[in-house]
Structures are given as structure tokens and as C-alpha cells.
Ligand binder design. Structure first.
Ligand code: X5A
Ligand code: ZN
Length: 701
């Protein structure tokens, strides 16, 4: 390579690039598809080689972590379990143990991959700290930032970045790294890293992530901006929680300019570690955000001016192979010192971004006085994405390939005028039938407005032709909704699978006095996943036609971070979800003449209701006002699909509070059904399950 003529030639940076096929051994046990799969590493590695970037780096092999270094941030028993989970001893119980964790699989390669991932980040961090490398990228998996002290979680087994940061601070004082900034730009909150350094002022943890008011994975309240650290660590934990998807370069740059960079300047770290997930990238199937490769390059460039450029990047999430390959490629070029030209396409942060940034600054300004200044007030902002944009899937691969040709990201925010708040208000008040839009597939992060123009005319003058059209339409919704999948989150008796299946296949399970008619589509759920949600479980009303006397389960629609209720999520079609709503709300009739079942001929949750929920998080179904389960809640997103549940409206909660509706414990049979669900679902043992139900029944509202 010809060096450019310069008065002060600067030595080429030595950029570490760690890749090792051994970290591809961790995979699903039976080859099931999973977003966190070995191809992620291979796709990145192929791209870096094809572009001639790998050969410009110092390529390193993975290295195992010593137990004691992992055990400095994890419990001994967790280290032991993760190290043994791939051994013969666990052949029979491995899958069962995986199900005890949230979003975890194990196979025979998991233990070695996990130890190598942690050891590799230690190794590159040590080399950067020692000055052997200028900076480094560790292509590791499994990822780490969700892995808690005593728990694997969210595709993560060991918290690789936390292990390495702890190693430098506590084991290698000789290397002189006294303060570390961890920048977690994975689209998910770095819950575990936050906890591990919550009281530690030597580690400034900064995480920017989707929060969606608490509904985005990992759906814990501590991802909010109010969590700023404790004791000596107060002020050294910074969360920037996005309110919705579709955030892109402009939003991230704004968080950098107005939060991260001023604080980093004041903190003056000795090293920066990036929890570099690329699931906020354009095209990612889980993230729903849209950072371009140039956007990542710019975010990284802005960090290079600190800590003498000592940056260690460790891969976390990122599930679109093209997007992650292109994004890592862009980052590698930044570290190698390639010049980027960052143009300023017309791009503006969301109005919500500005609100979030202001809230973060307010929360932290006493700790970081530099945040007390006024934000520029005449910034040009755009309104939050339209509802149809928010539910649109964003995993088009060709699209993310195209974006690589995109010329650049914003350099600074240009200022024109403040968004009109009235527009978002209008959106939330939109009448349901005003916008009978088809769900958009594929997404763009363009700012183009989506207008609800294509409403289907069904309320028209009567004519033979039209009535035929109506009946066609009444079936058409079924085929439209049969190709859309959702997670139905059950929290009551439906947690017991045989009972839930009655709603799909018809019939009745043990303890039920009347049978279900089932769904028109009797196919089994495509998946089952358990999780807990921050909502109160309550039991109320005094009897049901099906279960007899005793209260039935409701979920308080209000989010309450002090509550953890179990939900069993079934992946079903939106058609099946509607059929469950019909049955729960007793809308399926039996024709008195032929005994055939008659379903309502339009869905309760169609595309427009989905859109409404994407912005409002809940929808009270007007057509069945007064029914017990007329309130559909959007509880977030699981692997790219919306999580929905059905419960009572908030107005009923008020009636429960005043006693106009009674809070009544469940009957023995009904409680037994819930307990069976929790036990057979391997969530709780029988005693714990009984406790869970009785304490939910005992605590008032
Ligand atoms: C590392 C990471 C995501 C887990 C999502 C689970 N984990 N639904 O991106
Ligand atoms: Zn992630």
C-alpha cells in the first residue's frame, strides 16, 4: 500500500480482528432455525476477507477464559453449569435446562463457544490495553450482554464484555486501565452489564436501546432512563430508551451529540468497549430500527477521539446476515483509519428522540453538569413513524444490501422547525374503520407518510352484487389474517396447553363444563415460549359459564414494574387469534336449525387494529364493548412478531377497585388448571405455582 505523503506520517493502526470457527459450534440442538446462529460469524468473516479488510488487520484466534475470570462477574454455579452443559452428563436434561432460561438453547458446542467468547474479549482487551493493538474487533458468539450473574438469558451465556472489563480493572492494574466506558449499541438493553457495574464508578455503562414503554425485550423496567446507578456508581449508568422502532442514524447521532459524547469527554475513559450488537441495523428482523453501515461508521468515528482511540468492539446481537456483515465492514474500515465522507442526506431525528434525550439529560444533569445546558430549540424533527410502518417487517435482505451504497449519514442536525404535536394526537384518536390498511410488508426507513387511503368500502348501498362482495370479504379476512403470525400470550387457564388447544381444535379439557367450537384453522401453534410481563395478575367476577363459581384471571392492562406475571405465548395466526377472541367473548353462535357454528364475519383484530395497537399498545374493541375480554394488549415483540393478549378494559379495573365488580379467588379446578400449565410448562414447581396463584388472588388491587 502506498502511504500518503505527509509531514508527520502516522503509523498504520494495528487493528485486532478475532475470528474462530470454534465459536460456530454453539447451535440449536436439532438444527432448528434460530436468529442467533453460526452463520452470523461466517457471514461477517467472509465479507471482511472478500473486501480485503481481514488481511489489513492482526488476525487472532479465540482463547479460552480461565474460570476465575468468568466467576468474577458470574456465580460459581453458573460458571459450572455453563461449562458442563455440553458434557454427556447433561445429554438427557440439556433441553429441559435450556427451557428454564429465557430465550436460551444449548448443544454439545455451547460450553466451548461460551468460554472462548469470554476469553477472546479478555484477550483483545488486554492487547489493546497493553498497546500491542491500537483497537480490536472480537467476532464472538454466543453474545453476552443479557447474561446475568446467575443466569443465561437472551441468547447469552457469559457476559463477555463485563468479564473483560472486570479483568482489566481488577486483575491487571499494571496495564493502567482505571476507567472504562462501555457503549452498548445493541438494540436490546444490556440488562446484565448494567447490574454488574451498577455501583461501580470505574465503569460508565451507556446503553441505547428500544424500550417501547417497557414492552421491548428484555421488557424490564430497569432499561428506563431513571436507572442511573447507585452509591458510588450514581451517574455512571446511562440508558437512552427509544419509545418505538424505526430509529436510525439521525436518532443515534443525536443521542451521541447530546448525551454520550459530552459525558465521555467529562469521564475521560482509559478504554472504550463497545457491546456491538448490530440488531439496530436496517434490515434486522428483530430490531426494527434502521442504522446504516455509514451510520455505524459515524457513531464509531465519534468515539475514536477518546481513550486515545483504545476501542474494543465485541459482537453482541444482529440477525440479518447482510446487515451485520456490511456494518462490521464499515466499522473495521473506521478502525483501520480509512477516510469516510459523511454527507448530510435529509434526515431528522424523531420528535420522540428529542423527548427521550431531554429526559435522559434531566435525569443526569446533577451528575454531569455538562448536560444542564439547553438543547437547541429550533431543531427539525419528524413525527413518530406511522402505525403501519411500525408493524411492518423489516427483514428484507436485498434492501439492506442496497443501503450499503447509501452515501452517508448525518454530520449534524439541521434546524428548521419543531414538529406539530397535534399530528400524533390525531393518530391516536383515529377511528378504527377509517384506515382499513393492508399490513405493509417490507419496510423502508423513508420519512414518507403513510396515508390511510385504501379503506375497503363495505358499508354501501344494498345490491345483490354488493352483498356477494360482502360475503366474499367476510371470508377474505380469514385468508388475509391466516398468513400473519402473532404470539398470543395466555396468563389464565390457557397456560395449560390442553385447555388452550380447545380454542384451536374444539372440544373440552378436564374441568370444563362446556365445549369450545375451536378455530376455523385447527393447525397447532408454531411455537411456545414462556415469559414474565410487568402486569398484575388478578382474579375477579364470581363465576363463568365454563368453570362454574369462582373468579377468573385478568391481567391489569396497566404496566407495573413491581409485578411479574407468567404468560405462556403461543405462536398462532392472526385468524386463530380472532377465533380465540370470539370464543373468549362468547361471540360464536350455534345455528339452531342445523347446529352449525356461526362465527362473526369480520375480525375484531384486523390490520387497522394492529396498527392502532402499535402506537397505542392496547385497543378497546368497540364492537364488543362490555365483554369481559374486550381489551387487547400489545406486550412487545418476540423474534420479530407482536405479542398480544386479551384482558378486561381499564374501566373494569376501576370497578374492581371500587368493589362494583368483585375480586374473587379462583375455584379449585380453575386454579388447578393454571397450576398445571405452569408446572407442565416447566416454569414453577407445584408448590411455587400454587403460591403464585394464591398470592395473586390474595393481594387486592
Ligand atoms: C443478544 C441479543 C436478543 C434476545 C431476544 C429474545 N439478544 N427474544 O440480541
Ligand atoms: Zn440484541
Amino acid at each position: 500500500m502506498a502511504a500518503a505523503a505527509s509531514a508527520h506520517p502516522v503509523a498504520a493502526p494495528r487493528v485486532g480482528l478475532l475470528y474462530d470457527e470454534r465459536m460456530c459450534a454453539h447451535a440449536t440442538p436439532d438444527g432448528e432455525d434460530h436468529p442467533e446462529n453460526p452463520e452470523r460469524l461466517r457471514a461477517i468473516w467472509r465479507k471482511l476477507n472478500a473486501e480485503g479488510v481481514a488481511s489489513r488487520c492482526v488476525v487472532l484466534k479465540a482463547k479460552e477464559a480461565e474460570d476465575k475470570y468468568i466467576a468474577a462477574v458470574h456465580s460459581q454455579s453458573h460458571v459450572k453449569l455453563m461449562k458442563e452443559i455440553s458434557s454427556k452428563k447433561y445429554d438427557a436434561s440439556r433441553n429441559k435446562i435450556a427451557r428454564r432460561f429465557n430465550s436460551i438453547y444449548f448443544n454439545k458446542g455451547s460450553s466451548e463457544s461460551a468460554v472462548l467468547a469470554a476469553g477472546s474479549v479478555i484477550d483483545v482487551a488486554e492487547k489493546v490495553a497493553a498497546g500491542e493493538l491500537t483497537s480490536a474487533i472480537a467476532l464472538v458468539r454466543p453474545p453476552g450482554h443479557h447474561a446475568e450473574h446467575n443466569e443465561a438469558m437472551g441468547f447469552c451465556l457469559f457476559n463477555n464484555v463485563a468479564v473483560a472489563a472486570n479483568y482489566l480493572l481488577n486483575e491487571r492494574p499494571d496495564l493502567g486501565i482505571k476507567k472504562i466506558l462501555i457503549v452498548d449499541w445493541d438494540v436490546h438493553h444490556g440488562n446484565a452489564t448494567q447490574k454488574m457495574f451498577y455501583k461501580d464508578p470505574r465503569v460508565l455503562f451507556f446503553s441505547v436501546h428500544r424500550f417501547d414503554y417497557g414492552s421491548f425485550y428484555p421488557s424490564e423496567g430497569d432499561a428506563s432512563h431513571c436507572f442511573i446507578g447507585e452509591e458510588a456508581g450514581k451517574g455512571y449508568n446511562i440508558n437512552v430508551p427509544w419509545e418505538h422502532g424505526k430509529c436510525g442514524d439521525a436518532d443515534y447521532i443525536a443521542a451521541w451529540e447530546h448525551v454520550l459524547l459530552p459525558v465521555t469527554e467529562a469521564f475521560d475513559p482509559d478504554m472504550i468497549m463497545v457491546s456491538a450488537g448490530f440488531d439496530a441495523a436496517l434490515g434486522d428482523p428483530l430490531g426494527g430500527c434502521c442504522i446504516t453501515p455509514n451510520g455505524y461508521a459515524l457513531l464509531l468515528t465519534k468515539l475514536l477521539g477518546f481513550a486515545q482511540g483504545r476501542i474494543v468492539m465485541a459482537l453482541e446481537g444482529g440477525y440479518n446476515l447482510r446487515s451485520i456483515a456490511n456494518s462490521v465492514f464499515a466499522c473495521a474500515k473506521v478502525l483501520l483509519g480509512d477516510k469516510f465522507t459523511f454527507n448530510s442526506p435529509e434526515m431528522q431525528p424523531f420528535e420522540s428522540t428529542w423527548r427521550v434525550i431531554q429526559a435522559v439529560r434531566d435525569e443526569l444533569k446533577t451528575c454531569w453538569p455538562v448536560l444542564s445546558s439547553k438543547l437547541p430549540h429550533n431543531v427539525s424533527l419528524r413525527i413518530k413513524p406511522s402505525p403501519s410502518e411500525l408493524f411492518a417487517s423489516s427483514d428484507s435482505e436485498s434492501e439492506s444490501e442496497d443501503v450499503y451504497e447509501f452515501s452517508g449519514a448525518v454530520e449534524s442536525i439541521n434546524v428548521i422547525q419543531v414538529a406539530d404535536d397535534g399530528i400524533s394526537e390525531h393518530l391516536s384518536k383515529m377511528k378504527l374503520d377509517e384506515d382499513n390498511l393492508a399490513l405493509k410488508t417490507g419496510s423502508s426507513c423513508s420519512t414518507a407518510e403513510q396515508h390511510p387511503t385504501d379503506s375497503v368500502e363495505v358499508h354501501n348501498n344494498a345490491s345483490v352484487v354488493l352483498s356477494k362482495r360482502i360475503s366474499d370479504l367476510s371470508l377474505a379476512w380469514r385468508s388475509d389474517l391466516s398468513i400473519i403470525h402473532v404470539w398470543y400470550a395466555s396468563f389464565g387457564s390457557n397456560m395449560w396447553k390442553p385447555r388452550f388447544l380447545c380454542y384451536i381444535q374444539g372440544g373440552k379439557a378436564e374441568g370444563m363444563s362446556i365445549p369450545c367450537c375451536g378455530s376455523r384453522d385447527t393447525s397447532s401453534p408454531r411455537g411456545t415460549v414462556w415469559k414474565t410481563v410487568p402486569h398484575r395478575l388478578l382474579f375477579g367476577r364470581s363465576s363463568t359459564p365454563c368453570w362454574g363459581s369462582g373468579g377468573v384471571a385478568f391481567l391489569n392492562p396497566e404496566i407495573n414494574y413491581n409485578e411479574q406475571s407468567y404468560v405462556c405465548m403461543y405462536k398462532i395466526t392472526l385468524e386463530q387469534f380472532n377465533d380465540i377472541l370470539f370464543q373468549e367473548n362468547r361471540l360464536v353462535l350455534e345455528d339452531s336449525k342445523d347446529g352449525n357454528v356461526v362465527y362473526p364475519d369480520s375480525p375484531l383484530i384486523g390490520s387497522s387494529e394492529m396498527e392502532f395497537m402499535s402506537t397505542n399498545k392496547a385497543i378497546n374493541l368497540e364492537p364488543i364493548k362490555g365483554s369481559w375480554y374486550s381489551n387487547v394488549l400489545y406486550l412487545g415483540n418476540e423474534d420479530g412478531l407482536p405479542i398480544l393478549t386479551m384482558t378486561c378494559p381499564s374501566s373494569d379495573i376501576e370497578l374492581f377497585k371500587t368493589g362494583e365488580l368483585p375480586l374473587v379467588p379462583p375455584s379449585k379446578t380453575y386454579a388447578a388448571t393454571l397450576i398445571k400449565g405452569l408446572v407442565e410448562g416447566k416454569q414453577l414447581d407445584p408448590d411455587e405455582a400454587a403460591n403464585y396463584i394464591s398470592s395473586a388472588a390474595a393481594s387486592g388491587l
